[in-house]
Design a protein around this ligand. Sequence first.
Ligand SMILES: Cc1cc2nc3c(=O)[nH]c(=O)nc-3n(C[C@H](O)[C@H](O)[C@H](O)COP(=O)(O)O)c2cc1C
Length: 355
Amino acid sequence: MLFTPAETENLKMKNRLVRSATAESMATKEGFVTDELIELYKKLAEGGAGTIITGYMFVSEDGRASYKMTGISEDRHIDGLRRLVEEVKNVANDVVFVAQLAHAGRQTILGNAIAPSAVRDPYTGVEPREMTKEDIERVIEAFVNAALRAEKAGFDAIQLHAAHGYLLSEFISPHTNRRKDEYGKERAKILLDIFERIREKSRIPVMIKMNACDFVPGGLEVDEAVRIAKLLDDAGFEAIEVSGGMYESIYHNRYNVVSQKVAKSGEAYFKDYAFKIKDAVSIPVMCVGGIKSRKTAEILLKKVEFVSMSRPLIRDPYLPRKMMEGEVDASDCKSCNLCLTAIFEGKPLGCYAKN
Ligand SMILES: Cc1cc2nc3c(=O)[nH]c(=O)nc-3n(C[C@H](O)[C@H](O)[C@H](O)COP(=O)(O)O)c2cc1C
């Protein structure tokens, strides 16, 4: 099953293994694609994943989370991105290559953070400014323009990053979105607006990665995530990748995106959330979080259409091919998270494990 083809409404995948978006920390200061970034993606393409989702790319300058993040905020970014797509397609013409579009919201190390509401992040100490209507309009426009740039560069699809406490995730969370206007009354409105405005200009498939639970007091809980997922399904999104947690959940010592504690407690730690969302939507669902073995992947695929991996493919980009050929059954990634520490220090993405 893992290595049998799958489809979404507009895309054909050669298998069901997805490389989940993973920040590379390899772009230039201005967000341009580098040779190092291209080499990383060529390896991933050779490695056999059917779908590859790029690391988060900033849609506007104030949406940068960190210094070496890739940019898709200006037309001058397109040439480098086009080269990236061409090189990947030269290696594996049948890979579905997806651009992840993001705005950092309050989770930025660069200052001047904006967010739906001025809710301080106790983990980072960042105190964001509440966005005005004009800010919201500008950010929607930035996502739409970024989607059009992704299409021009040749990506097969885009994925909106509405997980992990970044800006779109902050909008759908009742903890970080306390607005009284229409963007607070319907917290998914910004997602629907972005989608509609992209559709006025382009047919590029639009996927989404969203939290099913924030794991913070007063945050998004799964029932509300299910309601939002249904809206996205009705709107025409292509697929939903289900994740959870934000920086703040580390402060509260609860689950988070890549917690070691959670990873050690068993594979596929968000599977119940992905299953709940799958029960409610007709579009394909991707399950992510601590999936290491082919055996677990096969079990998950009885219920969802795709399984996503991040850290196992940092450890070894050729893992899918090795699994397919029966050379290995599972990743030997120990979830030490030194990869994450490294990118936050501005070092390039890679496995920094001690063994
Ligand atoms: C180094 C690193 C960078 C990440 N960057 C992103 C990112 O840019 N966008 C995103 O949606 N998730 C990002 N994630 C989260 C992963 O996509 C994934 O959801 C998480 O690591 C759990 O999956 P895993 O257990 O297979 O690693 C990152 C994770 C790691 C370890």
